[in-house]
Design a protein around this ligand. Structure first.
Ligand SMILES: O=C(O)CCC(=O)C(=O)O
Length: 274
């Protein structure tokens, strides 16, 4: 159980810097993929590991085609814990971001049902920037690792990124994950060259995207769900930034957090230190 090690090359880094995302080689072996698929099954049945409480409760949506998303799976699931805190993920993130230390910001366990060909928006993830949600963090230099638990392409609702959009800066109102009208969002955000790049992944591969890279995903037209585990990572010295935006992570700093306080307690495990 774990993530294979991989040394980021100069070409990988160049690709990430230019495009705002990079696709890794296969990082998980088949047994780990199976265990994470099992983790999904257990999480959706509320079968939790350990004696702790989940970050949030949930009810499975009435609409069978709606996206399911669970945050901080690592708190209550051993397999998710082991993968999203793996040193090798942290090292790749550190090399792509040019940072010395990497911590976990939070994770997500995402399940997109298959619609067997029915056109519906219920499983869509609207075009958004992750940093649109993360303005409470002092740094833009954060990264998302989206790990595929089956072969993934546009047919089963795979992610698309907008090439080079991480160079556009932090766009006002880009916290639009839950808006499902992709056309309307494109009209709003496509004020510059808008090139949609599909993230085509084999099971066990991951896509690493910058916190400012616009991305989203559409319908899973197959008859199988699209499963993924996602690690959102930050530099070791990220701290609470004063501003308008709030984030659930701020509560994890304690009852009276201070602006400038580092997100460096046990809720934000250190994955890697150079
Ligand atoms: O699962 C998806 O389609 C999108 C997930 C996402 O927005 C993310 O991992 O940052």
């Amino acid at each position: 159980m774990g993530v294979n090690s991989y040394n980021i090359t100069a070409a990988d880094k160049e690709r990430f810097d230019q495009d705002g995302y990079w696709i890794s080689p296969k990082l998980l072996d088949d047994e780990t993929i199976e265990r994470l698929r099992g983790a999904h099954e257990r999480i959706w049945k509320k079968d939790y590991d350990g004696a702790g409480m989940p970050l949030h409760d949930f009810k499975l949506p009435d609409n069978p085609f709606a996206l399911r998303k669970f945050d901080n799976g690592w708190w209550i699931n051993d397999e998710v814990h082991s993968v999203v805190t793996d040193m090798n993920l942290g090292k790749m993130a550190a090399e792509l971001l040019n940072e010395d230390e990497i911590r976990l910001w939070h994770d997500q366990v995402i399940y997109k049902p298959g619609t067997s060909g029915q056109e519906t928006n219920a499983g869509n993830v609207g075009w958004h920037q992750d940093y649109g949600y993360w303005r409470a963090s002092s740094t833009l230099n954060m990264i998302t690792v989206w790990i595929a638990l089956q072969d993934t392409d546009l047919n089963n609702g795979g992610m698309m990124t907008i090439l080079g959009s991480h160079k556009w800066g932090s766009i006002e109102g880009s916290d639009t994950f839950f808006e499902q009208d992709m056309t309307k969002l494109k009209q709003r955000f496509a004020t510059r060259e808008w090139v949609e790049e599909p993230c085509i992944l084999k099971a066990g591969q991951a896509s690493f995207h910058h916190a400012l890279t616009f991305h989203g995903s559409s319908t899973n037209l197959t008859d199988q769900p699209r499963l993924s585990v996602v690690a959102h990572l930050m530099p070791g010295d990220a701290s609470y930034k004063e501003g308008r935006a709030r984030h659930d992570n701020v509560r994890l700093l304690g009852p009276r957090p201070q602006f400038g306080q580092k997100f460096d307690n046990e809720f934000f495990p250190l994955l890697y230190s150079k």
